[in-house]
Design a protein around this ligand. Sequence first.
Ligand code: FES
Length: 210
Amino acid sequence: MKKIYSISELKDKEPAHALVNDVDLVIVKDAEDISVLYGRCLHRGALMADGHIEGDNLICGLHGWDYRYDTGVSEYNNNEVLHKFTTHIDGDDLLIDEEEIKAFATQHPQPFNRDSYQGEYADTHAEDTEPYTGYIKELAENGLKNIGHHGFTSAMGVDRNTLPKWEQIQFLPAQMAKKPLLDEHEVSTKVVIGPRAKKPLELDLSLIHI
Ligand code: FES
């Protein structure tokens, strides 16, 4: 058994954090009941101890995912569950079974490199809805050291995807050498074969069948 908190220091419905064998835990006390849950949000890994309580739910501070603080089950999506650990109480000590935590860590290797700058706040499921998170972290960590003092560079001009595509352009053929005649103009349908011959052959037909 390992002590993770003094119960007298826990405040009702104020999430508290503990770290055991590299696994983050969140502790929620509600009168006599105490829950110890896996302490990382299943969305993108935020610390659940940085969240808050609303009604029966522990709400993640980043994007608002909710988990019942007594069971760890998300009310919004019951398939999302923060593992609930077995707790023991000895006087003022809140204890946890270290072996249970170790087994959890083996099944769920933790991706956080706590020794590196910001490693504790790694984005566990990066999404393209926030494409600049990596850029912001790089700037926070290294400033312009790796990027150069002008910042990132990219090609100028219009994004090719915003330009019309060939298949979206329609060409309407039109007579360009001479202006077309209007409807009321008389048009000869005569065909002359050999116009420079001594005796050109003139046909009053517009079509020749061969
Ligand atoms: S990281 Fe918790 S809701 Fe997004």
